[in-house]
Ligand binder design. Structure first.
Ligand code: C2E
Ligand code: MG
Ligand code: MG
Length: 617
């Protein structure tokens, strides 16, 4: 090992006159390195000159330092690192060679005292011309014949380039190249550390450590990008970043970061309450209000800000960011150019919606839904003509959920498409069974269809396929569409309705009377049935008509609607029938079918089977 041998070299020759010559071991070997100390002088000299040559020629820096911290000898490679000649080195003090630094300084002192054998550290070297030079320094202790520390052999590898590259990579990893602000990674690092227990008892953090976040998103940035080009958009981001950095970054416990796109965050890691954060949000809005001069344009932007502030305890970085994100969304949906403080109730509601939304599709695949059926009863003869299929979700944790809880969410997320298809198939299959068992009843099924199913899927093909697969004749399928969905923009739903009607499927307008549709217009659509909304039949609750003025009016409206519908060739179904009086009065208006708790609540298919069986007798 060259180090050892060079050590031996130092023992026997001595670099300088004042270097103490170590005693050689009693057995004629150097105790520290095992080299022969007496005996074969020839071999020794040969070895010595080989090592000397190695010492001066090797590319790595090497030096011997006495226990007095003065250099005994250094090789040319090391001298070059310092911009010196090797002859300059002997006698120099260690602190003239490397920057002193606490932890490695302590370890070096231990080494010199003989308390450790080896140490290494990355040290900044003192270059004669002041250049930055970094070395990976490894020092090994060399003991004298009695085992006492004699000197250290130090090797130094020049790692300046590696350091520079490393620094650049570290900088790049934590900064956004466009704005030079800390990036998302840096933001999360700081956020995580704010949630670490050790960080919480920083002075000034108060009794209970808290953290706050302003999540900033520019309003209408996409429009600027589109109309003025990405180049201008980029420059605007740079200008916004610079203003945020200047105004808000230079305070303890604050980090201004760009999270991506036109999203910025101001993190406050030792906040003292809501108020501090909402004040900050207001200042941020104000700071961004002044126009930006960018590439010859004077641009005015506003921002939406989500503000969250809370104790660190009981929360996580993920919760904080998620809630800030929701809150930002509230700011946007409440009209932009504003900040909003997180509200737990609003958040909880949204969280449930979110959980349901993400659970919906897998739940369809797992078969967590079921269909209940509610009879549609002919008012003239009191028999069941058909059923409405009403879906329910048997949620593993929340129990049986009614469609009002999840249909709107499914429509929003698009999960209504697979779900609706499943309901369609399930109810057609069941209705086909009833047809097999009770062919004379000819009971049809009425299935609700969401607008999104018409827009986002090939509903015509789906229906044809389901009818073919289940063997249900098209005339026994009715599809319910709400008034508002019918009058959507564009022609596609109408084409789809026409195609469905052409197939022989009946179309019903659900919740009729809650929208503003014009009956005469409806008659031009391929519609067969109006389902009068339950609020209408309220009027028919009492046996005596017109118990008060409003009811009398409603009753007349219902009568008129039924007459007009009939004139236009439509049948009418009344929803929400809860008592016998309503049945009687509705029958007098000429209404065709009725549906409601009075007859039966929605229930399992067996309940319908029982009714159909009774009817046959
Ligand atoms: P809808 O299509 O108007 O269905 C009628 C609703 O009125 C059903 O509520 C039914 O249970 C309820 N109802 C029936 N009789 C009475 C009564 O006498 N009194 C009162 N107060 N209510 C009565 P449900 O089952 O909760 O369904 C709610 C809505 O969810 C449905 O309103 C429909 O719009 C939607 N829906 C249900 N299943 C599906 C489906 O498979 N697909 C789609 N897209 N929507 C569905
Ligand atoms: Mg319906
Ligand atoms: Mg309805």
């Amino acid at each position: 090992m060259p180090g050892r041998n060079l050590g031996a070299d130092a023992h026997h020759r001595g670099g300088r006159p004042e270097t103490p010559r170590p005693d050689t071991g009693p057995q004629g070997f150097c105790e520290s390195c095992g080299s022969p100390t007496g005996g074969d002088a020839e071999a020794l000299r040969a070895g010595e000159s080989r090592f000397r040559a190695a010492f001066s020629d090797v590319g790595i820096g090497m030096l011997l330092i006495g226990t007095d911290n003065l250099v005994i000898e250094g090789n040319p490679a090391f001298a070059a690192m310092l911009g010196r000649e090797s002859a300059d080195l002997p006698g120099m003090h260690v602190r003239d060679i490397v920057d002193p630094e606490e932890s490695s300084g302590r370890r070096y002192r231990e080494l010199v005292r003989g308390e450790r054998e080896r140490m290494s550290a990355e040290k900044r070297l003192k270059h004669r011309g002041g250049h930055e030079v970094w070395g990976r320094v490894t020092a090994s202790l060399i003991r004298d014949g009695r085992g006492a520390p004699h000197c250290t052999l130090v090797t130094v590898e020049d790692i300046t380039e590696q350091r520079r590259l490393g620094d650049r990579l570290a900088y790049q990893a934590l900064h956004d190249p466009l704005t030079r602000l800390p990036n998302r990674t840096a933001f999360y690092e700081r956020l995580e550390s704010a949630f670490k227990p050790g960080d919480q008892d920083r002075p000034g953090a108060g009794e209970e450590p808290r953290v706050g976040l302003c999540y900033v998103d520019l309003d209408g940035f996409a429009a600027i990008n589109e109309t003025l080009g990405h180049h201008v958009g980029d420059q605007l981001l740079v200008a916004v970043a610079a203003r945020l950095e200047r105004g808000f970054a230079h305070q303890d416990g604050r980090l201004v970061a760009r999270l991506g796109g036109d999203e910025f965050a101001v993190l406050v890691t030792a906040s003292d309450g809501d108020r501090q954060l909402t004040d900050l949000a207001a200042e941020l809005m104000e700071a961004l209000e002044r126009p930006f001069e960018v590439a010859g344009h004077r641009l005015t932007v506003t921002a939406s800000i989500g503000v969250v502030e809370r104790p660190v305890h009981g929360s996580t970085p993920t919760d904080l960011v998620r809630d800030a994100d929701s809150t930002l969304y509230w700011s946007k949906s409440d009209g932009r150019a504003r900040w909003t403080l997180y509200d737990r109730d609003r958040g909880a509601d949204q969280l449930t919606r979110h959980l349901l939304a993400t659970a919906l599709r897998p739940a369809v695949e797992r078969g967590e839904f079921l269909v209940e059926y509610q009879p549609l009863v002919g008012l003239a003869d009191g028999t069941v003509h058909g059923t409405e299929a009403l879906v329910r979700w048997r949620h593993p944790r929340l129990g049986l959920l009614s469609p009002d809880r999840f249909i709107p969410i499914a429509e929003e997320s698009g999960a209504i498409v697979p779900l609706g298809k499943w309901v369609l198939e399930e109810s057609c299959r069941q209705t086909r069974r009833w047809l097999d068992e009770f062919p004379d009843a000819e009971a049809f099924v009425s299935v609700n269809l969401a607008a999104r199913q018409i827009w986002d899927s090939d509903v015509v093909a789906d229906v044809a396929e389901v009818l073919a697969r289940t063997g249900l004749p098209a005339r026994l399928l009715q599809l319910e569409i709400t008034e508002s969905d019918l009058l959507g923009p564009g022609g596609r739903p109408l084409q789809a309705l026409q195609a469905l009607a052409d197939m022989g499927v009946r179309i019903a307008i659900d919740d009729f009377g809650t929208g503003y549709s014009n009956l005469a217009y409806l008659s031009r659509l391929p519609v067969h049935t109006l389902k009068l909304d339950a609020t209408f039949v309220e009027a028919f609750r009492e046996a005596t008509p017109g118990a008060d003025g409003r009811r009398a009016a409603d009753e007349q409206i219902v009568g008129a609607v039924v007459q007009l519908a009939h004139a236009l060739g439509l049948t009418v179904t009344a929803e929400g029938i809860e008592n016998a009086a309503q049945v009687e009065r509705l029958r007098l208006t000429g209404c065709d079918t009725a549906q409601g708790w009075y007859y039966a609540r929605p229930g399992a298919p067996e309940a319908i089977t029982a009714i159909l069986r009774d009817q046959r007798r």
